[in-house]
Design a protein around this ligand. Sequence first.
Ligand code: FAD
Ligand code: AMP
Length: 474
Amino acid sequence: MQPEHFDVVVIGAGPGGYVAAIRAAQLGLSTACVDAWVDARGNPSPGGTCLNAGCIPSKALLDSSHHYHNLRHLLPAHGIDAKEITFDLARMQARKNKVVDTLTRGVKGLLRKNRVESITGLATLSQGKRIEVALHGGKGHRILEGKNVILATGSVPIHIEVAPVDGERIVDSEGALAFSTVPERLGIIGAGVIGLELGSVWSRLGSKVTIFESLPDFLPAADRKIASQALQSLTRQGLDIRLGSRVKRARAHSQGVSVDFDDHGGASALEFDRLIVAVGRRANTEGLDPAAAGVLLDEQGRIRTDADCRTDAEGIWAIGDATSGPMLAHKASDEGVAVVERIAGGVGHIDHRLVPWVIYTHPEIAWIGSSEADLTEAGVDFRSGSFPFLANGRALAAGETTGMVRMLSDAATDRILGVHILAANASELIAEASVAMAFDASAEDIARTVHAHPTLAEALHEAALACDNRTIHL
Ligand code: FAD
Ligand code: AMP
């Protein structure tokens, strides 16, 4: 069979791959994008983990469960009483599925509109930049050849031997987004981003949630003051977060799941109705056969690349979760754009130091740049300014006073080095810090920027003023 030639062949249509493919087509490159994901009805479903089983369905359920929780717990303080607040999980799940469906159909439309050749099937590398695609539904094979090939094969949940996922009693994040009943007692292994978000969803809907975390510290990558306030807040909401607790064995039986774990007190055991394994994700290269094309993996099984996303094989690039760096959708997309712009002869660029992190608990946790611990370790002299939402007018009006903004700036130049936020909508507030840092702003620049009143963003303004010990409202 003769190969079909393209300027760019992208493998994977997650936020890394589909964005890369669209940008390549915009730049006039003939582009094919191969993706293996199909939905429950067997239809192609581009968008990868993010749209199908990650960012989007988790946020849909977080929003639905947040409304329910607020109706029950927040409205009385506003003088609003509602009687008989109930929810219908089937409808909540159907809404989530519709959101996913709308977005995956949107991606299909965007690929079509940009004249990207979308192919559903499993791609395997062979010699050079040749790719064999086993078409979905047993419809045969296609052979593609790209002048450039972009690997965007994403990641899959890590499964651990001590807690074998059976898809019923013991599930991973994908299973936990699809529960059709609310488990009464829910165990979660891992207090990382996914464990905390899924724990929040099911706790708000009525599960008694216990989260086992082997590390002694809560969210070690986050600012210490923010992590400690977040832990307090999540504990108040009913999440039983057990730090320093290592699960030794989980066993599903007809009544539920028995979990044996070690903590400060020695060996203990607890019973749950269901258990979520949320111990992280690993790069996915299943079925890809990277070695056939001379693409090497690192010691953690991720596709090895240089700082510009080049693999060890000439003309083959790798982006997103499949390679090193944070496993975040926007990191994948921005790497995709940068790679394609390099291929097209431009100056593709992504500043890996400025990738924002968000955890969509309530309040949300977001940060960008360095933490106090990073700067101390690097011996950087810095100043810090904090402002609590308790002293922010809009937060008081909304009844959302938990949290703070912390800004770190260079002691000599005042350049902002890191911003850390715990707030009702930290995911949106962090964008101001991203822009400021991308333009090398100083804390003084933010302090001299007019912020609308009353807004939560004023806390950023005040934290910037605090770097110079001159907050107004504290
Ligand atoms: P993926 O999205 O994993 O896409 C890879 C695609 O490649 C898949 O469709 C796969 O089927 C396909 N593929 C793999 N191998 C082949 C092959 N050989 N041939 C053909 N196709 C192949 N990130 C955020 O930034 N914000 C969030 O709020 C967030 N929430 C999350 C919540 C959950 C529950 C989970 C699990 C993840 C979340 N993430 C979030 C992480 C985010 O989903 C990933 O970082 C992102 O999807 C990575 O994009 P990607 O394009 O690298 O890979
Ligand atoms: P993340 O990688 O952010 O999704 O977080 C996963 C978390 O799971 C990490 O903080 C790990 O320390 C934790 N973890 C991994 N294995 C276990 C285990 N057997 N028991 C408890 N926690 C675990």
